[in-house]
Write a protein that binds this ligand. Structure first.
Ligand SMILES: Cc1ncc(C[n+]2csc(CCOP(=O)(O)OP(=O)(O)O)c2C)c(N)n1
Length: 413
């Protein structure tokens, strides 16, 4: 048996024009029909506003990176329904362990625009104290594990965390979100196996967005995507239209119920598309066509939800414009505030690595300080907040200039 006949269908609820697919007789239990709203009004509007915020944040931060104000950025554009629809189906104290493209889930939990900016600009209010690249957000209060750069490491960590939740017996679960590229890592398989063996309340949500940087999904796996892999681990699995916020929301609600009530992990594969480049350092024109992108732009998850909200009579052209204007203002003002804040004090570089810094770390910090004293011109103006007085920096700047004048003079004569 090769598994060729195994082809999992895609669960869908919402068409692009904002109408719902008819509910099959077999799926209808009791009274509810396709006429009943699958998401109640307040939740739907909050999801939609979070989707709009995430899109505006992406647009502004990519522009900021192009202007040289920010070193790096990664967009969620095109995947908002997968990320925010799933987060909305969880309880606030469920743990989220994401990859890097899931700022929408953090925004849903209430991470403020200022908190996003402080992390990206690595200023003195950044929870990570400026020690990470932009987009490595995290929030203990919001039960959102800080992003790690090494791919897929969050997946086995989620299994372990969910095991702890099971032992604590408080009815919480963990969701871990990752790309189909990350699902090629050994960590993915180890995580699913252990989750299944130990029956932990964990939802594995794969965003199958078509590409792992420049590698298309057809070059990543030969079988029918990610969803069927669950069967090898004796787990339940569902494939869902990742641009359909209602389908993602309902699938995650059902997965959470299975995970928490029966202590079984569930794998969700959300079929979506990475509309933007992989990151601000990438140019997708080298590996995919404009025509392909246009097909997916027509399936925009935000437009699809807007069509549905308008059909419900819950949203209008005026509200769309006013909300967009307000969000753009909010993001710009927040960015200006974050840029003006000083960098974290230099000593915090090692202050909370160990209870007492090791002699090697202390020596390394001293070396960094000497380097800054020697080359102050190469460091931000806020270097004074790195523990030096303005006079110290001015003195070292003079020494540096004098030395260079001597060197330049020697070379030209
Ligand atoms: C262990 C490791 N290997 C390689 C990388 C480089 N890398 C960063 S993102 C990425 C592609 C991930 O693709 P996917 O999981 O599909 O997520 P997407 O970017 O499409 O959202 C790779 C290979 C890394 N960060 N860590």
């Amino acid at each position: 048996m090769t598994g060729d006949e195994l082809c999992i269908p895609i669960f869908k609820r919402l068409r692009q024009d904002g109408t719902l697919y008819p509910v099959e007789e077999s799926q209808v239990q009791g009274e509810p029909s396709q006429d009943a709203s699958p998401i109640e009004r307040d939740t739907a509007l909050r999801i939609y506003r979070t989707m709009l915020f995430t899109r505006v944040l992406d647009e502004r931060m990519l522009a900021a990176q192009r202007q040289g104000r920010l070193s790096f950025y990664m967009q969620c554009t095109g995947e908002e329904a997968t990320v925010i629809g799933s987060a909305a189906a969880l309880q606030d104290d469920d743990m989220i362990m994401a990859q890097y493209r899931e700022q929408g889930a953090l925004a849903w939990r209430g991470f403020s625009c200022d908190e996003f900016m402080n992390q990206m600009f690595g200023n003195e209010r950044d929870y990570g104290k400026g020690r990470q690249m932009p987009i490595h957000y995290g929030s203990r209060d919001l039960h959102y594990m800080t992003i790690s750069s090494p791919l897929a490491t969050q997946i086995p960590q989620a299994t372990g965390y969910a095991y702890g939740q099971k032992l604590a017996g408080k009815g919480q679960c963990t969701i871990t979100i990752f790309g189909e590229g990350a699902a090629s890592e050994g960590d993915f398989h180890a995580a699913l196996n252990m989750a299944s063996v130990h029956r932990v309340p964990c939802i594995f949500l794969c965003r199958n967005n078509g590409y792992a940087i420049s590698t298309p999904s057809c070059e990543q796996f030969a079988a029918d995507g990610i969803a069927p892999r669950a069967f090898g681990y004796h787990m339940q699995s569902i494939r869902v239209d990742g641009n359909d916020v209602i389908a993602v929301y309902e699938a995650t609600l059902a997965a959470r119920k299975i995970a928490v009530e029966t202590h079984q992990p569930v794998l969700i594969e959300a079929m979506t598309y990475r509309l933007a480049a992989h990151s601000s350092s990438d140019d997708p024109s080298g590996y995919r066509s404009k025509k392909e992108e246009a097909i997916w732009r027509d399936k925009d998850p935000i437009l699809r939800m807007r069509n549905w909200l308008e059909a419900q009579g819950w949203w209008s052209e005026e509200e769309e414009k006013a909300t967009g204007d307000q969000l753009r203002r909010e993001v710009l003002e927040s960015m200006k505030r974050a840029e003006k804040l000083a960098p974290p004090a230099l000593d915090t570089l090692i202050s909370d690595v160990y209870d007492t810094p090791t002699p090697l770390l202390t020596q390394q910090l001293e070396d960094v300080k000497q380097h800054i004293r020697k080359y102050p011109h190469a460091y931000p103006k806020g270097a004074a907040s790195m523990g030096f007085t303005s006079q110290e920096l001015e003195d070292s700047r003079k020494v540096y200039q004098e030395r260079h004048q001597r060197v330049d003079g020697g070379q030209t004569s």
